[in-house]
Design a protein around this ligand. Structure first.
Ligand SMILES: Cc1cc2nc3c(=O)[nH]c(=O)nc-3n(C[C@H](O)[C@H](O)[C@H](O)COP(=O)(O)OP(=O)(O)OC[C@H]3O[C@@H](n4cnc5c(N)ncnc54)[C@H](O)[C@@H]3O)c2cc1C
Length: 442
């Protein structure tokens, strides 16, 4: 039998994970990445697996969905998670990476893998041929030509939502006398820089933020804003104290020098291994660039801040998965073409990596004439990639991060909230172990 020709489009998080998984199973793969000849509106380098905004891969706490997803991925031998852990920077209970080291390490792994051929070119047409298989992992910023091709192949236009990037500043430009190192509730080390505001400072910041000019975004529709990544000014629009109960909440952090609790706190998280760059946590924005500098410099300690990256908003493309894909992520209309990562309607770095892994496992099984056992819906991966994405009861798929709300209730009452989450985690990991045994037997 001829060797299957596997073409993966998109050298981002999902595409790189899928390529490493398939190559690790002895399958030759061609990986197509259009950068640098064709840029995207958010990527800044020509690196594979570039992460475009926050450097956080979210929590590692076992009682969070982010923590459970990582534990599940580790059991499935996820390649990019292992690389992320090797490139970690201090971030309390979160896994945050040095974005340059991470991208360089993924690219080094891909280029050192003899079964992966990296091709730097845009794919605009998904031409089918006998024994040819496609995995399209082109993410939220899929090139317009390929969006058009997918619309033609599926007979439906794609969907979209909007989200935004937060600014990054240099450590050297900050006034350290006004910043305190601490992690919320003391979790992990004292890894965050905290800029505390009293009520008066917050009031001035709030007024400047809501009055500042916002950059127009093509086809912008407020209803299509992704909830977990809303611009700060859009959150502020919903009321003067909305930020204090949201991204700038002062809970679990040190008091002001006066001994009073701060009214609001902006946290800054380390962005690179050298510790020279810090990102403003939760401060995604689409303000005009001059206005961003002026507004964020009102935060105590940031008066002279030097911005190395400013916030922007982007339109994110994805497909209507329940109506255009089969549960193994193949197009209903052309099963030799599969999709992976954020383009399928998941949201988040780790969720996208998980998507690359899941689609690669389905394709590997199919090429062996096997079928994967059904994914346990008690796991985050099973619930997100199989129950949620393929739920066709709502008219329109709305992208989703990993969260405990996706998991079924326990069959016994557990009073304490954290204990309940830990019990769900135990069930999830036990079911995943069973699933792995069944998958390996087939
Ligand atoms: C502006 C923005 C901010 C975000 N911020 C966060 C965040 O802070 N935290 C978080 O968890 N998630 C965030 N996300 C969401 C998401 O997790 C990431 O976008 C993630 O990188 C998606 O992974 P992916 O592999 O699906 O796509 P990507 O990582 O985007 O990879 C897709 C790759 O495909 C390439 N490509 C596109 N079209 C073609 C083509 N036709 N031919 C060849 N190559 C092509 C692109 O150049 C890119 O390298 C953000 C997304 C955006 C757009």
């Amino acid at each position: 039998m001829a060797t299957p020709e596997i073409r993966i489009v998109g050298g981002g998080l999902a595409g790189c994970e899928a390529a490493l998984q398939l190559a690790g199973r002895g399958r030759p793969v061609e990986l197509y990445e259009m950068r640098p000849s064709v840029p995207t509106p958010a990527h800044r380098t020509d690196r594979l697996a570039e992460i475009v905004c926050s450097n956080s891969f979210k929590s590692t706490d076992p009682a969070t969905a982010g923590g459970l997803l990582k534990d599940e991925l580790a059991r499935l031998d996820c390649r990019l998670l292992a690389i992320a852990r090797a490139c970690a920077v201090p971030a309390g209970a979160a896994l945050a990476v040095d974005r340059e080291q991470f991208a360089a390490a993924v690219e080094a792994r891909i280029t050192a893998e003899p079964l992966i051929t990296l091709r730097r070119e845009e794919i605009a047409r998904l031409e089918t041929a006998p024994e040819r298989w496609w995995i399209v992992a082109t993410g939220p910023l899929t090139s317009p030509a390929l969006q058009h091709e997918l619309a033609t192949l599926t007979g439906r236009d794609g969907l979209h939502f909007f989200d935004a990037i937060a600014p990054t500043v240099t450590l050297a430009s900050l006034d350290h006398a006004k910043l305190e190192r601490a992690a919320r509730y003391g979790k992990g080390g004292a890894d965050y820089l905290n800029a505390a505001m009293d009520a008066e400072q917050y009031e001035a910041f709030y007024r400047a933020l809501t009055a500042a000019e916002r950059l127009p975004v093509k086809d912008f529709d407020r209803a299509a804003l992704f909830e977990g990544c809303q611009p700060l000014e859009e959150i502020a629009d919903s009321g003067p104290q909305s930020l204090v109960f949201g991204p700038l909440r002062p809970v679990g952090l040190p008091r002001l020098p006066s001994g009073r609790r701060p009214h609001a706190v902006v946290q800054l998280r380390q962005e690179n291994a050298a510790g020279t760059l810090f990102g403003l946590v939760g401060c995604q924005t689409r303000l005009r660039w001059d206005d961003q500098k002026r507004v964020f410099r009102l935060i105590p300690g940031l008066e002279q801040a030097e911005f190395v990256r400013l916030g922007q908003m982007h339109r994110n493309f994805y497909v209507d998965t329940p109506r255009v894909l089969r549960p193994d992520f193949a197009l209903r209309t052309e099963p030799s073409i599969r999709l992976a990562g954020q383009i399928t309607g998941v949201e988040g770095y780790v969720e996208s990596i998980a998507g690359g892994l899941v689609t690669a496992l389905h394709l590997d099984a199919e090429l062996d004439g096997r079928r994967l056992p059904p994914w346990p819906y008690t796991t985050i991966i099973g619930a997100l990639h199989h129950s949620f994405l393929f739920d066709d009861t709502s008219e329109r798929l709305t992208p989703m991060n990993a969260n405990f709300g996706l998991l079924p209730e326990l069959d016994r009452p557990v009073k304490d909230k954290r204990d309940r989450k830990l019990a769900k985690r135990e069930t999830a990991l036990a079911d995943l172990d069973l699933w792995l045994e069944m998958a390996n037997e087939r």
